[in-house]
Design a binder for this molecule. Structure first.
Ligand code: NAP
Ligand code: HSE
Length: 431
C-alpha cells in the first residue's frame, strides 16, 4: 500500500473532524484511494490547548516551516480560517509543489484569484468543496454533474449558524443570543460570529458558487447583503400567520442575461421545500434549463460534516495525482455579466411599522404607496401599548426602488413612530 503524508493547518472544529474521519475511516480511505493517508504534522497556535481529540504531541507544531519545508508532505490542508496568514501559507505550499485543500470561504471570496493562479502556475491541485455548505457536494455538483445546464436560479440556505438561530427562534421561542451561544458551542459559528449573523459568510459562499454556476467572476463586495440581527420574534410570528417562514437566503438569478445577486432574510412560503430546512442543515435549490428543479440538502456546518467534504477533497487529490492538468475552476473562459442594481429588483415585500393609532393614518400611507407605484396586497393591524398600532403590510410585486422611495416618504409622516422591518418575499414561481 502506498503511503502519503499530509499536514493540517489548524486543529479546531474542522481539523478535529478531519483527524477523526481519517483515523476512523482509514480502511475505506485505503480502499477508495489506494493510499494509506498519514497526518504527519498539524500547525496550531497553542500546543498545550485541550482539543477533545487524542493527537500525539510530537506531530503538533507552531512553526509553519516544519510543514512547508518537509518534502515528504504532499498535501497541505488549510483549516485555520481568516485571510492572513492562511493565504500566504497556501501560496508557499503551492510554490513547494504541494497540493492544497481548504475550507476557507473568506480567503476564496476575497483573495481567491491569486490562489487559483498560483495553483495553475505551480501545476498543483487546489480543492475547496467544504467552503460552501459544509458536507453538501455543491462545488462538484455545479462543476461536474450540472455542467450541461444553463443555471437560471439558485437559492441557498448556506449558513448553518443563522439557520440554527432562526430555527430555534421559530420553533422554540428561543432568544437570539441564547441560540447563537448554542450554535457556537456546537462548533457551527465562525471564530468571529459577526461573519455569520451579518451574512458575510453566506455572501462569500454565494460569490464562490455563483462564479461557478454563471461562469463569471463575482466579487463578494458586489453582492447585496443583509444579516439576521434585525429579525425579532414579532417578525417570525407575523410571517407564520401569513403562511411564511423566515430564512437567510443567498439568491442568484439570471434575469434575461443580467445577474441578480443578494443575501438577506427572506419570507418564503411554508410549503416550499426550503422552508422545512431547519437546525444547522443547509440546502441549495437550483433551477437548471435541462435538469429543472433540484435541491441538495445536508449538514452545512460542524466538525464531521465539514470534515467529510475536506477528506473527500483529499481523496480527489490522491485519485487525480497521475492526471495533473487543469484543476482550478474559476479561471478560463469567463463571461462578462452585468449585475442588476438592487433598486431594479422586483419582489413582494413585508413592511412592519409602528404608527400612532388615529384617523387618517392608513389613508396617508396608501396615498404614498399609490404615488410610488406600490400596490398593497394585505395589511394586518394590531394594537400596541399606549396609542400605537403595529401595521404589517404585504405588497404585490414592486420595484425595490419604488418601495424604498415610499418608505422614505412614510418616515416623514407625523403619525409614524418607527419603521421596524422591511423584508423581501420570495415566491419561487417568477423571475
Ligand atoms: P476554529 O475552530 O477556530 O479552528 C482554527 C484552528 O486554526 C485552531 O486550531 C487554531 O489554533 C488554528 N489557527 C488559527 N490561526 C492560526 C495561526 N495564525 N497559526 C497557527 N494556527 C492557527 O475554526 P473552524 O471552525 O475549525 O474553521 C476552520 C475553517 O473552516 C474556517 O475557514 C471556517 O470558515 C471553515 N469552515 C468551518 C466550518 C464549521 O462548521 N466550523 C464549516 C465549513 C468551513 P489553536 O487551536 O491553537 O488556537
Ligand atoms: N460558520 C459557518 C456556518 C460554517 O455556520 O455555516 C460553515 O461554513
Amino acid at each position: 500500500m502506498k503511503k502519503i503524508k499530509i499536514a493540517l493547518l489548524g486543529l479546531g472544529n474542522v481539523g478535529r473532524g478531519v483527524w477523526n474521519i481519517i483515523n476512523e475511516n482509514g480502511e475505506e480511505i485505503r480502499k477508495r484511494s489506494g493510499y494509506d493517508v498519514e497526518i504527519s504534522k498539524i500547525l496550531v497556535r497553542d500546543k498545550d490547548k485541550a482539543r477533545g481529540v487524542e493527537v500525539p504531541e510530537e506531530i503538533l507544531t507552531t512553526n509553519y516551516s516544519d510543514i512547508v519545508e518537509d518534502k515528504e508532505i504532499k498535501i497541505v490542508v488549510e483549516l485555520m480560517g481568516g485571510v492572513n496568514p492562511a493565504k500566504e501559507y497556501m501560496l508557499e505550499a503551492m510554490s513547494k509543489k504541494k497540493h492544497v485543500v481548504t475550507a476557507n470561504k473568506m480567503v476564496l471570496a476575497t483573495e481567491g484569484e491569486e490562489l487559483f493562479e498560483a495553483a495553475d502556475r505551480e501545476g498543483v491541485m487546489f480543492y475547496y468543496e467544504a467552503s460552501v455548505a459544509g458536507g453538501i457536494p455543491i462545488i462538484q455538483g455545479v462543476n461536474e454533474s450540472l455542467a450541461a445546464n444553463k443555471i437560471e436560479q439558485l437559492y441557498g440556505i448556506v449558513n448553518g449558524t443563522t439557520n440554527y438561530i432562526l430555527s430555534k427562534m421559530e420553533l422554540e421561542d428561543m432568544d437570539f443570543d441564547d441560540a447563537l451561544k448554542e450554535a457556537q458551542e456546537k462548533g457551527y459559528a465562525e471564530a468571529d460570529p459577526t461573519s455569520d449573523i451579518e451574512a458575510y459568510d453566506a455572501t462569500y459562499k454565494l460569490a464562490i458558487i455563483s462564479s461557478l454556476a454563471f461562469g463569471t467572476k463575482i466579487r463578494y463586495e458586489d453582492i447585496y447583503r443583509e444579516g439576521i440581527t434585525k429579525i425579532n420574534s414579532m417578525d417570525i410570528k407575523y410571517a407564520k400567520e401569513l403562511g411564511f417562514v423566515i430564512k437567510l437566503l443567498a439568491i442568484a438569478k439570471d434575469v434575461n442575461g443580467e445577474l441578480e445577486l443578494r443575501v438577506h432574510p427572506t419570507l418564503i412560503p411554508k410549503t416550499h421545500p426550503l422552508a422545512n430546512v431547519y437546525d444547522s442543515f443547509n440546502a441549495i435549490f437550483i433551477k437548471g434549463n435541462a435538469v429543472g428543479d433540484l435541491m441538495l440538502y445536508g449538514r452545512g456546518a460542524g466538525d464531521l460534516p465539514t470534515g467529510s467534504a475536506v477528506v473527500g477533497d483529499i481523496l480527489s487529490v490522491l485519485r487525480n495525482e497521475s492526471n495533473l492538468e487543469n484543476y482550478s475552476a474559476i479561471k478560463n473562459n469567463l463571461w462578462e455579466r452585468n449585475l442588476k442594481p438592487m433598486s431594479d429588483v422586483n419582489r413582494r415585500y413585508y413592511l412592519r411599522i409602528t404608527v400612532k393609532d388615529k384617523p387618517g393614518v392608513l389613508g396617508d400611507i396608501t396615498t404614498i404607496f399609490g404615488k410610488n407605484n406600490v400596490s398593497m396586497r394585505s395589511i394586518i393591524q394590531r394594537e400596541r401599548e399606549a396609542d400605537n398600532a403595529s401595521l404589517v403590510i404585504i405588497t404585490h410585486h414592486t420595484k425595490e426602488g419604488d418601495l424604498m422611495n415610499s418608505v422614505d416618504k412614510i418616515k416623514e409622516l407625523d403619525s409614524l413612530e418607527s419603521v421596524d422591518n422591511i423584508l423581501r418575499i420570495e415566491s419561487f414561481n417568477s423571475k
